[in-house]
Write a protein that binds this ligand. Sequence first.
Ligand code: F6R
Length: 607
Amino acid sequence: MCGIVAAASQSNIISILADGLKHLEYRGYDSSGIAFIQNKNISSYKKQGNVSELTQSLDKKLNANIGIAHTRWATHGKPSKENAHPHISNNNIAIVHNGIIENHLEIKNKFFKDLTCSSETDSEILAHLINFYRKENEIFEAVYLALKEVKGSYAIAVLDKKNPEKIIVARNGSPLLIGLGEKINFIASDAQALIEHTNKFVYLEDGDLATVTAEEVKIYNKDKESIRRETKKSKLSLNSNSKNGYKHYMLKEIFEQPEAVRATIQDRIINNSVPKEILGPNAKEYLSKFKVVQIIACGTSYHAALVAKHWLERLAGIPCHAEIASEFRYRRHAVQKDTLLICISQSGETADTLSALREIKEEDFYVGTIAVCNVPESSLARECDSTLITHAGPEIGVASTKAFTTQLAALMLLVIVLGKRFEITAELENSLCMQLKSLPEKIKSTLDLDNKVAELAKIFSDKEHALFLGRGSHFPIAREGALKLKEISYIHAESYAAGELKHGPLAIVDENMPVIAVAPNNVVLEKLKSNLEEVKARGGKLYIFADKKAGFKNDDISQVFEIDAPMNPVSPILFTIPLQLLAYHCAIIKGTNVDMPRNLAKSVTVE
Ligand code: F6R
C-alpha cells in the first residue's frame, strides 16, 4: 500500500530508485514519482499508471546523488499525475508519504487557509507544513515540529533543497527501514526494494526520526534523543523477487505451495509431536492460563482464522471467536477473562489488525498475543508476545495464495500446541502431524488439476456472477475461492454456507449462475448433497470439487473434479488449490492484470 524508496550516495542513485520502485510496485500502482536534488535544485518526475510509465519517461542522462521515490495506492484523491508523490512545497521541500494524515484539513485551515493545493491528497499539506517550519528552523527540527501537528499514520522521506546531502525520515504506524551500504545508505518501506544493494537493515519503530546521508545514519526517538536500533541481516534473496520462468507471480506462488507448506512445518514436528517451544520463551506464561481464543485478521487471513476456529473447537474443544479486525476494533466486546489473542497476517503491517492488537494490549483480560505472520521483521511479529512465522517466502502477487495455505499449516501446528492442555491427546497429535507431513505431496497432486481447471475457466470467463458453496471448515474455503475470483477476474462472486442456500440465495440460481461446490468426504457430505440437489432442481450448473470417495458423478448438470483429500482435518488446505487455479485462469482469459488487480494493493497499511 504505497511504496517508498530513497537513497543518499556519493554516486548516481536514479537507477537505484527506478529499480526499487519496480520491486515495490505490488504495494500500489496507481501512479509513481521521483524527486532528486541536482545543481542545488529539486527536480521531479511523476506519472499516472504503473511504474514503467515513469521509468520509461526518465532521461537516461539524469544524474543525482540523493533522491526519493514513491509508488501510490490512492486513498485521498484519484489516481493522477497531480496526486502522485513526491509533493513539493515552494521548490524547497519534497516529501513522499505512506499512511494517512487524518487532520490534513485542520492543518490547512490553521496554517494555510488561503493556499490552493495542487493535489487532492492529504500528503501535500505535510510538505507545506515542513516548509513553513523550515523558514526558522533547520530541517530536522522543521520535520519534528511539523509531525507534532499530525494525527494519523505516516512513513515519510523528506528532501530539503538547502541540505542536498541528507534525507530526513520518520515513521509512525507505517513501516519504514533504512538499508546500510558503503558510501550509500537507503530508505524503503519494504526490504525487497533494496535487496539488490544490501541485506543490512535497521527497522525504524513508531515515533522514530532519522537523518540519512551517504556516510551516516542517525536515529532519534520521539523526544529527539539519539538512539541505536539493531541492524538486522535479511534472508531475502534476489531470486525471491523473480518470476522464475512463470508468466505471473501468482502462478509461481500457487506452484510454490508444496515447498512453502513443507518449509512451514519442517523442524516444528519432532517424532510426530509439536513442541510448545515453537512459540518461543514468552509462551510459558500464557499457555498454562488461557481459556478462550480470539482471532483477528483481514481478507484472506480472516478466512484462515475461520478455519482455525473450526479446528480449535472441533479438535481441541477450545472456545474460539474469529473476527475481521476492522470490525473488532470499533465495537465493545464482552471479553472473557484469560483470553489468548491470535493475529493472522501475511504482511504483519495491516493497519486494522495492528490497531486492534495495540488496543487489546491495554486490556487486562488478555493473557497473551500470538502473531501468525510471514514477515519476521514486521510490526505485528515484533509486537506480539510470540510469533509463529509462516515460511511462504515473499508473496508478490497481490492476491494471496501460498501465504494462505502456509497460514493454515502454521495454524494447525498452533492448534496442536494449544490443544494439549485441552482435548488433543497424544494419539490425535500423532495423527494430525502425519496429516500435516503428507500435505506437500498431496498439494503437488492437487496441482495436477491445473489443465482441467484451465478448461473449466473457459466456461466461467463470460459469466458475470458465480456462487461458491461449502460447509463447516470448508465454508471458509468457498469464501476464499469467491474472494480470489472477484479480486483478479472481476467476476462478481459470492459464497454461502450450503445449508443457507434455501434461506434466500437460491432465488438467484438459474442456468446462468455457475455454482461451485467444495465437497469433502466428511460428516456433512449427505447434507451438502441435498443442498446441491436444490441447485440442480432450479436449473443451476454445478461444478463440484469433491474428494475421490465422495461419490459424485458427472451428468448433464454437474461437472466433478476429483481431489485426493481423505476425510481429515487438513483437507481445507487441499481444496483451496483448485479454486486459486480457477481464479487465475479466469483472469488470464479475461486479460486482467493478474498480479496487480485494479484498485488493490498488497499490505494494506491504512485503515
Ligand atoms: C486477498 C488478500 C487480502 C489480504 C488482506 C490482509 O487475496 O491478499 O485480502 O489477505 O489484505 O492482509 P495481511 O494478511 O497482510 O494482513
